[in-house]
Design a protein around this ligand. Structure first.
Ligand code: NAD
Length: 504
């Protein structure tokens, strides 16, 4: 680890508080693009002081399976802002993804990826696109809780939490306010996942109401992604959960024509990490031809995040002017538009020469026009009255006829817990299922106590004691059923906290 006085040495020209930044130079083209980026930051008089840490390939190969040393962790814990160049994860099993480790360990809950097209200077089909994808970064299917339960069936748990939704949705609206954005679109699939995506959507509507000055709307993720890929100019800020965000942020980068150009931010309550979206490009490493724009844009996001929005605008405008002037690295060079083919260092020189200029055709950067400040309040839980009303018992059964397992389980009337229905892969197969439904060896059997009304859509459930569930499981075991898991069925403040079976 070394202290790098590169930028701090200019302190005498600077105002305000110097922010310490942890620098990770990365692998492949990482050191080249980092050097170019830091040179631009220094010349623009960014008020930062840097400390370099070692992470990535060499650390992995030294036997550290996480790719990050204890000394690097210590530097990160002392200084809460990281500018990271791409790293190479060695091939082979046993190496953990450093990005996932950093994201999860540091609570970097928001992934922010702005992409705006630079037509005609960078090729794109969408000249007027300017989109920011804000992706929840910590939960959803990425919690990584997976189980094999039967010969045929594996499962991955999708966990969506209210604090997770509140944090990311609040961040999206605060981001819109801080960076002068006009609209926030929520993308979910709550027509199918009524509880998980439904919670995300509910929280979105609650929080959107607090920001009447910002337009808000919601779309189902499938049509939303399709529209994004065809009319991206209709979007401004998009907020979504982890998996959908992973997919749409790549769509946005790809259609923007700028995989080598975009930066991204991973934001936590305490720590924030900024990086280019591209990888370490080993195919061109050491050739001094890499485009430093992705990392430079990440650094611009970083400056805005630490409140140096004016320096961020100055650098962004100089960068836009450089592109307008046709000074292009090989990855974006087009003979009909480009004027000069340059390498990494010459590109940085060109940006430095243009500090203070604003672009003539491309929209100028306006980061300093917003509030420049994002604060996320601490979560306050609202406790609900929780009542157990039944249990879903998942059974590994190799038969094919739902009537057989259904009739067998109907006879197991244990302490007033009775079979209500059986589903197979979510579809009701007993009682009165369709013969056509394909059944695997994974049967979800719903047991509830007597319900006091005959409306099967929304019956009134009666409360159940946990001892009844345990007695039921014992009885199932004694009767030879292979119980693979259970899910308790609860009502919260009288509202059903579980989905109905398809066809129930
Ligand atoms: P890549 O993004 O490194 O390269 C894809 C293509 O884009 C290559 O042809 C490359 O030359 C080009 N390219 C990328 N950045 C460029 C730039 N700034 N200027 C000019 N051309 C550029 O993707 P990859 O080849 O799939 O991955 C290479 C390595 O990077 C792998 O080890 C991967 O694990 C790693 N990676 C790291 C990160 C990260 O650290 N955040 C992200 C993605 C991939």
């Amino acid at each position: 680890m070394k202290n790098n006085p590169l930028v701090a040495s200019e302190k005498k020209f600077l105002f305000g508080k110097t922010t310490k930044i942890v620098i990770a130079e990365g692998d492949g083209i990482g050191p080249e693009i980092m050097k170019a980026t830091l040179r631009i930051l220094k010349e623009a008089k960014a008020n930062i002081e840097t400390e370099t840490i070692e992470i990535g390939e060499q650390v992995y190969l030294s036997g550290n399976s996480a790719g990050i040393s204890d000394a690097a962790w210590e530097a990160i814990s002392k200084n809460s802002v990281i500018l990271k160049a791409p790293i190479t994860t060695p091939q082979g099993k046993g190496y953990k993804s450093l990005n996932v480790t950093l994201r999860k360990s540091l609570g970097l809950f928001a992934n922010v990826r702005p992409v705006s097209t630079l037509h005609p200077y960078v090729k794109t089909h969408f000249p007027n696109m300017d989109v920011v994808v804000i992706r929840e970064n910590e939960e959803d299917l990425y919690a990584g809780i997976e189980h094999r339960q039967t010969d045929d069936v594996v499962q991955c748990l999708k966990l969506i939490t209210r604090p997770g939704c509140e944090k990311i949705v609040r961040y999206a609206f605060e981001y819109a306010k801080a960076y002068n954005r006009k609209k926030v679109t929520c993308m979910v699939k709550d027509n199918i996942m009524k509880l998980t995506d439904g919670l995300f959507h509910t929280v979105f509507k609650e929080i959107a109401a607090e920001y009447p000055e910002i337009e808000s709307n919601s779309q189902i993720i499938d049509i939303g992604s399709a529209k994004l890929a065809t009319v991206p100019e209709e979007y401004d800020v998009i907020v979504t959960s982890n998996l959908y965000g992973d997919i749409i942020s790549d769509i946005v980068a790809e259609i923007g024509g700028s995989v080598g150009m975009a930066g991204s931010a991973n934001i936590g309550r305490k720590v924030a990490m900024f990086e280019a979206i591209h990888g370490s490009a080993p195919d061109i490493a050491g050739q001094k031809i890499a485009n430093p724009s992705g990392l430079l844009n990440a650094a611009i996001l970083m400056l805005a995040h630490i409140g140096q929005t004016e320096v961020a605008d100055t650098i962004k405008n100089a960068w836009l002017t450089t592109l307008e002037d046709g000074i292009h690295t090989g990855d974006i060079y087009q003979s009909e538009i480009s004027k000069k083919l340059v390498g990494t260092e010459e590109f940085a020189d060109a940006v430095i020469e243009r500090l203070g200029k604003t672009p003539k055709n491309l929209p100028a950067s306006t980061l300093s026009k917003g509030t420049g400040k994002i604060e996320i309040p601490n979560y306050k839980r609202k406790e609900a009255t929780k009542q157990l009303v039944g249990v879903d018992v998942f059974i590994d059964w190799k038969g094919e006829d739902p009537e057989i397992i259904g009739e067998g389980l109907t006879k197991i009337n244990s302490h007033n817990l009775k079979l209500k229905m059986i589903t197979n892969r979510g579809v009701k197969v007993f009682p009165e299922g369709l013969k056509e439904t394909y059944c695997t060896d994974h049967w979800r059997c719903r047991f509830v106590s007597n319900t006091s009304n005959t409306d099967t859509k929304e019956p009134k459930y009666t409360s159940v004691e946990y001892e009844q569930v345990i007695a039921l499981l014992s009885k199932l075991f004694q009767n030879g059923y292979d119980v693979i898991k259970t899910e308790n069925l609860y009502e919260f403040d009288g509202q059903r906290g579980f989905s109905l079976g398809q066809g129930e």
